[in-house]
Design a protein around this ligand. Structure first.
Ligand SMILES: *Cc1c(COP(=O)(O)O)cnc(C)c1O
Length: 364
């Protein structure tokens, strides 16, 4: 990866198209509204990365033959910026997102970014858009870096021309209705990823593979599916688009990264924080029959998912082979450790408690 030393040109905005940043108390739907500006960067083999711009948020112009529209060379990231008690703004572990983006990009033959340059571009963008970071409790600015292969060619090949862009979306509290446990269906028909496939890459193709199962589960009244491995359909992988944790009293267990699981940054943060507290943590191959038996016997006291959007999401019940298994005795109960992890992770993100790991990166 070469060092990118590019001037970022900041374009004038069309005043007539300016939008209203979120007002205090305004209801915000996830992912539907975007700020005034976006960052955009082009790649071609001869020029490398070039034309770095912060400009008006607007539609892209792509050839209908663009590779991404046919063969899906696309990777993305998701992270957030949070309003701090002193009025400043900080992002949570952004370099880890860009590092992961490069790992994802390599898997689908997209060019690597200079992560330091990507971070400086993101920082400048969020600084310019600081009014879009709401001060409401639980609100944040969701950041979506995206990288696509755009060669105008309907033959299959590795992308050579690429576009990297970052868009920003103001989001309200994820738990506006309260911190309520979700109900999960163990998916025994469809799989999300297989050994040797794309599971460890954050790419839209994995989501295309997962939408139908999620939709069918919702029709049956479940919030999400729990994915099993793609070979034996026996080992626990993830839940919806989150990583999954099982609490055994003072021990906390998650599925080991096996190449088909997405290595979540929240997952890593949960592991680090739990270790820091002196809890026993383990990354294992988790057999669904054992998990079900351990819920039924009460050995598993809590289950939760982890991801940037929800931070942690308590799981109240698993539905498997026609039966429902309530976690920790009652499917409406939020476990004490789940609550403590949520409070501490969000406490760090909003700058309300110390950040012993140096996870926050100040924007201003
Ligand atoms: C993004 C994502 C996660 C969570 O990752 P975080 O970095 O914690 O947000 C988990 N699983 C899948 C499939 C994902 O795409």
């Amino acid at each position: 990866m070469t060092i990118t030393k590019l001037q970022i040109s900041v374009r004038e905005l069309d005043k007539a198209k300016l939008k209203q940043p979120p007002a205090a108390g305004q209801k915000l739907l996830f992912g539907k509204e975007f700020s005034d500006r976006m960052f955009i960067l082009k790649y071609t083999p001869d020029k490398g990365w070039h034309d770095a711009e912060i400009r008006q948020y607007e539609n892209l112009s792509l050839s209908p033959a663009a590779l991404v529209l046919h063969y899906a060379p696309e990777v993305f990231e998701g992270l957030k910026a949070y309003r701090q008690p002193d009025g400043g703004v900080a992002m949570f572990r952004p370099l880890d997102n860009f590092r992961r983006m490069n790992v994802s990009a390599e898997r689908v033959c997209l060019p690597a970014l200079d992560i330091d340059f990507a971070l400086s571009a993101l920082t400048e963008l969020v600084r310019l858009e600081q009014n879009w970071v709401s001060s409401d409790a639980g609100a944040s600015l969701y950041i979506r870096p995206t990288l696509i292969g755009i060669d105008p060619y309907v033959g299959l090949k590795a992308p050579e021309e690429a576009l990297f862009y970052i868009i920003l979306s103001p989001v309200g509290a994820y738990y506006a209705q309260g911190f309520e446990p979700v109900s999960i269906m163990v998916e025994d028909k469809y799989v999300r990823a297989v050994r040797g496939g794309l599971g460890a890459a954050k790419t839209g193709a994995n989501y295309a593979a997962s939408i139908l199962a999620g939709q069918l589960a919702k029709k049956k009244g479940f919030d999400q599916v729990l994915w099993l491995d793609g070979i034996e359909q026996r080992y626990v992988e993830e839940v919806g688009s989150m990583n999954i944790f099982f609490v055994y009293g003072e021990k906390i267990v998650t599925s080991a990264l096996n190449g088909s699981i997405l290595p979540g940054i929240t997952r890593d943060s949960v592991l680090k924080l739990s270790k820091h507290w002196g809890l026993e943590v383990a990354e294992d191959k988790l057999d669904i029959d054992q998990v079900i038996a351990d819920i039924a016997s009460g050995k598993i006291t809590e289950i939760f998912g982890s991801g940037t959007a929800a931070v942690v999401s308590p799981v109240g019940a698993l539905y498997h082979e026609g039966r429902e298994y309530a976690v920790g005795g009652a499917k409406t109960k939020v476990g004490a450790l789940t609550q403590k992890l949520y409070d501490n992770l969000t406490g760090i993100q909003y700058g309300k408690i110390p950040d012993p790991f140096g996870w926050l990166v100040r924007v201003l």
